[in-house]
Design a protein around this ligand. Sequence first.
Ligand code: CP
Ligand code: NVA
Length: 306
Amino acid sequence: MSARHFLSLMDFTADELLGVIRRGIELKDLRSRGVLFEPLKNRVLGMIFEKSSTRTRLSFEAGMIQLGGQAIFLSPRDTQLGRGEPISDSAIVMSRMLDAVMIRTHHHSILTEFAAHSRVPVINGLSDESHPCQLLADMQTYLEHRGSIQGKTVAWIGDGYNMCNSYIEAAQQFDFQLRIACPEGYEPDPRFLALAGERVQIVRDPKQAVAGAHLVTTDVWTSMGQEEETARRLAHFAPYQVTRELLDLAAPDALFMHCLPAHRGEEISQDLLDDPRSVAWDQAENRLHAQKALLEFLVEPAYHHA
Ligand code: CP
Ligand code: NVA
């Protein structure tokens, strides 16, 4: 199939990623000036959610509407996917009716299998492996607040899971150094680390990771699907809470980001999102703008009149 997909940051070139992010800033400006921009009129995005979502669902759905199109929310519970219809058959059928498909899944292999049989672009809306759409928003947010992230140092504190894997890919694509502080047994996927080489360093001490960093970021300690490990995780991650005092060790102009949802008192202190160094709300808003740019890039423009 010839459609371009966005299953990982590595599916795009570095220039393409930067282009999407810059376009996100332009689309944000158009919206703030009340300019109507509907290149995706009559285009339809299908959104398959195997897990809960606030930001991803809203940003894709609102984004499609703002671009002149529509989005359809599909829960596996209400479709034949939940009753065992093969992914490949579903991909063939859905992609004959839709113009793009976004999938949030427990198993990344569902995304790759769907994409292999889809005529239209498939977008990763979070898997057990990665969350590339979140990184578009994060990188847009850094660019808006501080300019280029190239050559800077980013500290990842906490679980080496899907978000961390995407930061490892971002380090390669956006050319920054990444220091990951995680407890033993919670390291990121070795396949991601192997590709990143010297650009990524794993340390155990959060202070060491944060020292002089330009961006500090974290994620929940218990991700969706890991709920039964919560008690064990709370114990292992306790020394990894991001606090104002920890941020004080970073560069004077450091920013703090969190993909949200946040658990105050766990991965961040109660007051961290109120700290002036936190840009988490801008980051959440930028999901909308960055993904509109992504949709504009991936989806064919409007039909011609007959
Ligand atoms: N950050 C993020 O993807 O949020 P949701 O789970 O609310 O979509
Ligand atoms: N790591 C989190 C990210 C949520 C946006 C999860 O997978 O639940």
